[in-house]
Design a binder for this molecule. Structure first.
Ligand code: ADP
Ligand code: ASP
Ligand code: MG
Length: 814
């Protein structure tokens, strides 16, 4: 005997039923065959919906019933030749009349019992199985339709009836002993109690029906035909990269299904496991795929973990109190109380201090649990031995499942560090002594992220997906996008990093795409994006709650710098080209650094000093390896270098500054560069990174700019500089006469920092600095006489973008 079960989507319409019929025809001659079917996909929900509508006194139920009837009549017409249709059509009509009678009664009484719900729900499978039976007959596959209610006997626990195996097995054995058929068609999900009243086996219960028959008849195999090619490493609706598991043990399959792998209804495994009957999960839509074989062992799987599952809508109950320690009986009473209320306990943890017992239950039962437990422990609560029951809702469970975890130490370490790195807070943990399942209770809104994080950790050895949110797509930002695009394949091949830009914004527009924005056409896409609103941008990042997220700030905006804290709070790394945060008041800077450390993410701003030059990275490496900075001397303004390298008294100073601005070497307001303020910010950042608590006010600025140039608009500034041409010429001539060059130098030594224009001797490291070069000299405990020198282009969009890019890679590789 072989038992085949086809689920709702496999029988959802004529086209799919034809696929199923082809599969049955193909394998029915191998052995006697039982086919168990679900209702046409969605019917059970539609039936409940109709009867609930009726019970609310809403006569819309009639419309809903009509739709159900129409759908089944259409299926008959599509599937069965006209000549054979009439008996099937009248069967459908008869059942639909019965449905209507029941709903009319419910409508009048406005009362709906579980018993009536079960009666209503049973019609889905009764209809589908008889239609398909007729279809098979019409293509020459003679078969016997069996009303499962005659053979499966349950208690009267409607909607979740429990099978009485003694009677059921006997009835099934008797029936099949006398039947001469070789193909049987049976409705799943439905059964009857000892009085013959219709019951159902719980939502998804057709799998269970099939298992009951397979076990009773010692079938050679139970095949579950569904809409996916097997049991997968995670719910494919949550994890796009979930993979089919070729083989799992019964126990693993049970754990996975109990923890939400809907593909097999959890109680299904038990009856077949007892008889050692293999279960094969296969796809009606790709019958050629291998599927998943569920057997005694899981030999074919390589890793220690077989799958990741989750259950939503969990509430955590905590019974706490100092009066509990060492006194037996508290947990017994707690569980008894919950059992009396028919509340199923999904997860249990107890701290070894015995101060608290924590249980996870279905969210919907939380209020009933609270009332019952508080009543049961009334005396202890009044005498202060325990606290009233603490209830937390809005939670979920994620579970890592695998038989082989037992022999692989480190699985839980890996699991919790992956969750932690992504800012997912774990409320409770449970690991059974079987070591087959490690479960964590987390906030409901983190489920999708958690399942993906864990899936990546345990199954995706191929690459790590990084989700980038980018603000600022001007000069530097657009170069960055081009570099990301160009390096895409390299990163995937060599670093196994798959970076996708899932959000971008400029000051006007913002754009999101969960699958990654197409970088070939981002300018048009962004132009058609929604209006930029920074608050919404941040909220979207937070609610999307993607794993491995990075926020890159390529703006010069103060407002954007202000949101860093809320980004880091969510365990999202920040890469900033924007200097405002790192040069803001020390407490703010320090707070961000601490927050990043606490949340185990990065706050990187290498391009704040020297654009793409590895200045801050080098400084950090020196400190990490135990060196100490004694002095920093640097030329840090690409703008001022450009200006002094090009100014020789022929063109006016103002014209040279203008040229620098036009070539993109200045801040939007060039006075930030000319005043030395930009250099002050940079030396301050270097001093801070060296461990100094320094503010802008602590830095001495020997400015060469006359006061008159620094007020008013940018236009005023150029006009004022023209008027001061003699002043600038004077400075230049003086240096020239002495055979020296002018450089704007920053210096940090003995806790003090200063910036100013200096005349540089030809022997000095700074003398040969051309174009927009920057140079930094680090004097340290190890580099005493000869400093460590970092020199190269310190401005420009391309090199700055590459510095941001390098920071992104650094942040991605934690
Ligand atoms: P059927 O109607 O055939 O009984 P179900 O809808 O009950 O099918 O179960 C199949 C669905 O289960 C799949 O379409 C898939 O979306 C979902 N699912 C959830 N978790 C898993 C998992 N780990 N592996 C495979 N499918 C899963
Ligand atoms: N039709 C029932 C349900 O939708 C049983 C099943 O499909 O397994 O829950
Ligand atoms: Mg199912």
């Amino acid at each position: 005997m072989q038992v085949l079960k086809f689920g709702g989507s496999s029988v959802s319409n004529a086209e799919n039923i034809n696929k199923m019929v082809a599969i049955i025809k193909n394998i029915k001659d191998k052995d006697k065959t039982i086919v168990v079917v679900s209702a046409l996909g969605g019917t059970t929900d539609a039936l409940i919906n109709s009867v609930v509508t009726a019970s609310n006194g809403d006569d819309n139920y009639k419309e809903k019933l009509k739709e159900i009837e129409h759908r089944h009549l259409e299926a008959v017409k599509d599937l069965i030749p006209v000549a054979q249709q009439s008996s099937v059509l009248s069967m459908v009509k008869k059942i639909c009349n019965e449905m209507e009678d029941i709903c009319n009664g419910v409508f009048l009484l406005q009362e709906l019992s579980s018993r009536t719900r079960d009666r209503m729900m049973s019609f889905g499978e009764l209809l589908s199985s008889q239609i398909i039976s007729a279809k098979l007959r019409s293509v020459g596959a003679e078969n016997e339709w069996i009303d499962a209610r005659r053979l499966i006997v349950t208690n009267s626990n409607f909607e979740h009836a429990v099978v009485d195996f003694e009677i059921t097995n006997e009835k099934i054995a008797d029936h099949f002993a006398t039947s001469t058929s070789s193909l049987f068609m049976i409705p799943g999900f439905v059964a009857a109690d000892t009085n013959g009243i219709t019951t159902t086996l719980g939502r998804g219960g057709s799998d269970y029906t099939a298992s009951v028959f397979a076990a009773a008849l010692n079938a050679s195999i139970l095949e579950i035909w569904t809409d996916v090619s097997g049991m997968m490493t995670a719910d494919p609706r949550l994890v796009g990269t979930a993979k089919i598991i070729p083989q799992v043990s019964y126990k693993e399959a049970m754990e996975l299904s109990h923890f939400g792998a809907k593909v097999v209804y959890p109680p299904t495994i038990q009856p077949v496991m007892k008889k050692n009957i293999p279960v094969w999960v296969k796809s009606t839509f790709s019958p050629g795929d291998y599927g998943t074989l569920i057997e005694n062992s899981s030999v074919k799987n390589a890793g220690s973990v077989s799958g990741i599952s989750s259950i939503n809508k969990i509430a955590l109950l905590s019974l706490e109190g100092s009066g509990m320690a060492g006194i037996p009986g508290f947990s017994k009473r707690l569980f008894e109380t919950l059992a009396n209320e028919q509340i199923n306990v999904i997860l249990i943890t107890q701290s070894s201090s015995e101060h608290s017992i924590c249980v996870g239950i279905e969210d919907g039962y939380a209020d009933a649990a609270k009332a019952a437990v508080d009543t049961a422990f009334n005396y202890e609560i009044e005498t202060g031995k325990v606290e009233p029951l603490i209830v937390e809702k809005g939670l979920a469970i994620v579970a890592v499942v695998g038989d082989k975890m037992k022999s692989h130490p480190g699985t839980s370490g890996k699991m919790f560090s992956a969750l932690g790195k992504n800012g997912i807070n774990v409320r409770a943990i449970s690991q059974g002594s079987s070591e087959r399942n490690i479960s964590a209770v987390i906030a409901a809104q983190d489920v999708k992220k958690a399942v993906n994080v864990l899936h990546e950790e345990f199954f995706e050895t191929t690459y790590k997906q990084v989700n980038l949110f980018l603000t600022g797509v001007g000069n530097v930002g657009s170069k960055l996008i081009a570099q990301l695009q160009q390096q895409h394949d390299y990163l995937e091949e060599n670093l196994r990093l798959y970076i996708r830009v899932v959000g971008m914004a400029n000051s006007k527009k913002m754009l999101f795409n969960d699958k990654g924005i197409d970088l070939n056409s981002w300018p048009e896409l962004l132009k058609n994006g929604e209006e930029m609103n920074l608050e919404n941008f941040v909220r979207t990042i937070q609610t999307k709650n993607f794993r491995n997220s990075i926020f890159a700030d390529v703006t010069a905006s103060e407002q954007v710098a202000e949101i860093y804290e809320s980004i880091l709070e969510k365990s999202i790394s920040i890469v900033a080209c924007n200097k405002i945060a790192a040069s803001s008041p020390y407490v703010f800077y320090q707070n961000l650094k601490n927050l990043a450390r606490e949340k185990n993410v990065h706050f990187l701003f290498e391009t704040n000093v020297g654009a793409g030059l590895p200045v801050i990275g080098t400084l950090n490496d020196l400190l990490l390896s135990g060196d100490k900075i004694t002095k920093i001397e640097a030329v840090l303004s690409g703008t001022l270098n450009f200006v002094f390298n090009n100014y020789n008294g022929k063109k006016s100073f103002a014209q040279v500054v203008k040229q620098a601005q036009e070539e993109g070497f200045t801040e939007p307001d060039p006075r930030l560069d000319l005043s030395g303020k930009d250099v002050m910010r940079k030396i301050m950042i270097l001093a801070r990174e060296s461990g100094e608590n320094l503010e802008m006010d602590d830095i001495t600025n020997h400015t060469f700019m006359p006061e008159s140039c620094m007020t008013g608009s940018v236009q005023d500034f150029y006009a004022a500089m023209e008027k001061e041409e003699d002043h600038f010429k004077g400075i230049y001539e003086e240096a020239k006469k002495a055979g020296k060059k002018l450089k704007f130098v920053a210096k940090y030594e003995n806790g003090k920092a200063q910036v100013g224009l200096q005349q540089i001797d030809p022997e000095h490291d700074f003398y040969h600095l051309y174009g927009k070069d920057n140079v930094v000299l680090f004097y340290t405990k190890r580099y005493i006489d000869q400093p460590l020198v970092i020199k190269g282009a310190g401005a420009g969009a391309e090199v700055t973008a590459s510095g941001v890019f390098a920071d992104i890679i650094r942040a991605a590789r934690i």
